[in-house]
Ligand binder design. Structure first.
Ligand code: PGA
Length: 249
């Protein structure tokens, strides 16, 4: 059984005052039946961990460097994120791929670093609108999966997030058939590469303009084990109903 995961990515949003959103989320969901994860900016990880201490709420980073330490001004390592008390880290988010030119090989190295530090990596993949319109979606997904994932991993330390680039922050969402097609394809690829046991146990999240109003239908799609939520994770009043929808799925 795959434990469902509602993950929030705050991106470059959030000051200390935003931690009250975590308090509100905790109060609204004192004992969630799904896993709940918030990835705040790195400046808030430590205080978010403290805020979440008496609750199953998990805290994650949004990116890590592939090296454990060294002369990389401005970067943080997976070991640092773990040391700050987080349990997850995102790797390969499309904004990292675009804004920082991250290649699949870089993302694979970061994912490996996350595993070595004892973090669960949420590895993000997804096609652009151009790639979808050219009917290349599955080919792109296969390529990203092959090159962004390390050869050795476990179902416990790896989550895949399928996020079509054109759906992120746009309010545009693929049809449930389109989501299902990609999620089933990812599942098959994972089973082929890592064996049925591991491949069947890795969670696959959908991400891109998830909100309370579309969560029910997205969570009903086969092989959708939760969501990675950007904009609608910033406020507990938006994210809480998504958690509830996942609990009821
Ligand atoms: P969005 O972002 O929910 O704001 O579309 C999703 C993401 O980038 O993870």
């Amino acid at each position: 059984m795959r434990k469902k995961l509602a993950a929030g990515n705050w991106k470059m949003n959030g000051l200390s005052a935003s931690l009250t959103e975590l308090e509100t989320l905790k109060t609204a969901h004192p004992a969630p039946s799904v896993e709940v994860l918030i990835c705040p900016p790195s400046t808030l990880i430590t205080s978010a961990v403290v805020t979440a201490a008496d609750h199953p709420l998990q805290i994650g980073g949004q990116d890590c460097h592939a090296n454990e330490a060294g002369a990389h001004t401005g970067d943080i390592s997976a070991a640092m994120i773990k040391d700050a008390g987080a349990s997850y880290v995102l790797t390969g988010h499309s904004e990292r791929r675009t804004d920082h030119n991250e290649s699949d090989a870089t993302i694979r190295a970061k994912t490996r670093a996350a595993h070595e530090a004892g973090l669960t990596a949420v590895v993000c993949i997804g096609e652009t609108l151009e790639e979808r319109e050219a009917a290349n979606t599955l080919q792109i997904i296969a390529g990203q999966l092959a090159a962004s994932l390390p050869d050795i991993l476990a179902a416990e330390n790896t989550v895949i997030a399928y996020e079509p680039v054109w759906a992120i922050g746009t309010g545009k969402v693929p049809t449930t058939n389109q989501i299902g097609e990609v999620h089933d394809f990812i599942r098959t690829k994972l089973e082929q590469r890592y064996g049925e046991g591991v491949g069947r146990s890795i969670r696959i999240l959908y991400g891109g303009s998830v909100k309370a109003s579309n969560a029910d239908e997205i969570f009903a799609v086969s092989n959708v084990d939760g969501a990675l939520v950007g904009g609608a994770s910033l406020k507990a009043s938006d994210f809480g109903p998504i958690v509830t929808a996942l609990e009821n799925a």
